[in-house]
Design a protein around this ligand. Structure first.
Ligand code: MN
Length: 148
């Protein structure tokens, strides 16, 4: 099974790093507002550099003066499987089985900037217009504020 992880990261900007295991690395997107269960909430997801799979376990504070300095928590993790499409085609639908995120989701390339994608919940049984997602780390139970 392929892994996915979502790390909440308060660096220069606050965002969530959404990562899907593919071809031995984590393909990664920075999602400023984080995932939403509302299919009408299309969340901007900026493609960033691939990360090693070992990075998916990282929770802690990246030291000052290092790239991405600031606190990181493992906000969610689990496994994923493709439903249709591919990243090369600019549209990938997949199923997530995490502690917070579940059901069908789509990443779709958006606009002229090839790094720009939208992360969208599919309309399925798990979709919900206003589901509150718990802020705590699924590893330590701490919030990112507590960690910082
Ligand atoms: Mn980040």
């Amino acid at each position: 099974m392929r892994k996915f992880v979502v790390q909440q990261h308060h660096a220069t900007s606050k965002h969530y790093d959404f990562r899907l295991e593919l071809d031995g690395v984590f393909k990664s997107w920075a999602v400023p507002k984080g995932p939403s269960y509302d299919p009408a909430d299309k969340r901007l997801a900026m493609e960033v550099e691939d990360h090693p799979l070992s990075w998916g376990d990282f929770e802690g504070v990246i030291p000052k003066h290092s790239y991405g300095a600031g606190p990181v928590i493992v906000w969610d993790r689990g496994t994923w499987e493709p439903i249709s499409g591919s990243l090369d085609e600019g549209q990938l639908s997949f199923r997530l089985d995490g502690e917070k995120l579940a059901g069908g989701w789509t990443l779709r390339r958006w606009g002229d900037d090839r790094r720009k994608w939208l992360l969208i919940k599919k309309r399925d049984d798990e979709a919900a217009e206003d589901r509150e997602l718990p802020p705590e780390s699924v590893v330590s139970g701490r919030t990112i504020e507590e960690l910082a």
